[in-house]
Structures are given as C-alpha cells and as structure tokens.
Design a protein around this ligand. Structure first.
Ligand SMILES: [Zn+2]
Length: 132
C-alpha cells in the first residue's frame, strides 16, 4: 500500500497510462519540451498547449537510495528509491522504485525499463533493470 496521488485533468494521463502499458509524459506543442510533474502551464514557455505523449519507458538510474525503514507493517524492506532519467524525454526525472532485483544489484547508470503497479485506478510507474 502506498499513498495514491489524487487524479485530476492534468495528471490523469500520467497515472493511468499504465493501463495500456504506456508511460505518458506531458509535452508542450509550442516549445517541444517535456514537462514533469504534470502542470497546466508549460514551465519553459508558459504555453497551455500541452498534450501527453507516450514515451518508450526506457531510462537510466541517475541517483538512488536504499530504504531500510519500515514505514508501515505491510512494507517490504529494504527497497530502492531511485531517480530515473528518461531516455526520450530530456530533462524529465521520475522518482520511483527499482524492482525485480536485489537492492545490492542497483547502481547509478543502470539501464531500466518501466513497468506498472496497479493500485485502485492508478498505475504507478516503477522500473526494472534491463538485462545486459
Ligand atoms: Zn512550452
């Protein structure tokens, strides 16, 4: 169980794209930049001409930390909290979890691929290491 985001018209595509296996990032049609976290106005050019775009879901671990603290009884520790830089959305970093491997196998620069964890109507984007 995790605290789930509140869905609204601006962030809904990001949190529900996983239903179709899509990682969707808000993109500005005027200045061609990606915007994350989702917001109603482009942070680069103040345009409101924003649309979600599905990206590949490939990325690289930019930085990470291993959490050993059990915040609540249902939580499995340790786990990895990472910042992932998306390959095809320059400047976008997702704070996420790395799953599917031992925490000792995670390193900065590792290539990762998105997967989704469904909780209620939200699909949390989390990442797995890409086998080399
Ligand atoms: Zn813009």
């Amino acid at each position: 169980m995790r605290a789930l985001p509140r869905l609204d018209s601006v962030n809904r595509d990001f949190w529900t794209g996983g239903e179709l296996g899509e990682l969707r990032i808000l993109h500005c049609a005027d200045c061609d930049q990606f915007i994350h976290p989702p917001r109603p106005v482009c942070r680069h050019c103040l345009s409101e001409n924003l649309k979600s775009k599905a990206v590949s879901g490939n990325g690289v671990i930019d930085t990470f930390t291993i959490n050993h603290q059990q915040w609540h009884p249902q939580m499995d520790v340790p786990f990895v909290i990472a910042r992932v830089a998306l390959d095809d959305a320059p400047g976008v970093y997702l704070t996420t979890n790395i799953v599917g491997c031992d925490v000792s196998e995670v390193d900065i620069g590792d290539q990762v691929q998105v997967t989704f964890l469904q909780q209620d109507d939200v699909f949390l984007p989390i990442f797995e290491k890409v086998a080399k």
